[in-house]
Design a protein around this ligand. Structure first.
Ligand SMILES: [Zn+2]
Ligand SMILES: [Zn+2]
Length: 216
């Protein structure tokens, strides 16, 4: 696990543990964190930096890094739909897979029918962001195996996060412009034709993180 300081809405920092092997975040207490959009940009950069790490599928049974107790799977609803996480029965904390975190924070959503047509025009088959199974976009709009709906990074949420990140870091001049962000999301998944059956969420994260690559 890697300790990371993430920015909250009130500009204080909170420490979380990132696990790239499991692809998730360990929050050391159960209170809902008020992470700022800027924190999501930090996460994008981290996920991108560790894109080569071997990813273990999130096991059905995970144990608490503090008490070793069995974490239980919980579900909750955000405006963007259902998301899930794993909680310690003794209240030591919770583990949220990266993509579930993005769903919770409404960075990931289901495309509108127009957006889905746009994606279909570019790519026939994608990989389910939740379970890794192939999804035939021409016939399906959800995963046959885990029933996760086809989801992608919301360009508006990302643009807003980039703006806030720039304000917080006082790097307005260096941060990618709104046009660059919109362009990067427009070009995906066609921008990664090297990758067969792209996973729309990780493709989006990589497109955004690449724009930040030259900023430390
Ligand atoms: Zn515990
Ligand atoms: Zn699936």
């Amino acid at each position: 696990m890697k300790l990371e300081q993430l920015e909250q809405h009130d500009h204080t920092k909170v420490r979380v543990d990132l696990c790239f092997g499991c692809g998730g975040i360990w929050f050391g207490h159960l209170v809902s964190l008020q992470l700022a959009p800027a924190a999501v940009i930090t996460l994008f950069k981290e996920i991108y930096a560790h894109r080569g790490d071997a990813r273990r599928p999130v096991a059905d049974r995970l144990s608490c890094p503090r008490c070793n107790g069995c974490l239980s799977h919980s579900f909750d609803l955000s405006k963007a739909g259902r998301f899930s996480y794993f909680t310690c029965p003794r209240g030591d904390g919770r583990f949220t897979p990266f993509y579930q975190f993005l769903r919770e924070k409404q960075f990931v959503r289901v495309p509108t029918s127009v957006e889905l047509e746009h994606i279909r025009a570019q790519v026939g088959q994608i990989t389910c962001s939740e379970c890794g199974a192939p999804i035939d976009l021409q016939h399906d709009s959800e995963c046959e195996y885990c029933h996760a709906p086809v989801s992608f990074l919301d360009p508006d949420a990302v643009e807003k996060a980039v703006r806030m990140w720039s304000d917080v870091e006082h790097r307005r001049a260096l941060a990618p412009t709104q046009e660059a962000v919109a362009g990067a999301l427009q070009r995906m998944p066609a921008g990664r034709l090297d990758q067969r059956d792209p996973d729309l969420i990780s493709t989006g994260i990589h497109a955004i993180a690449r724009l930040f690559e030259h900023i430390n």
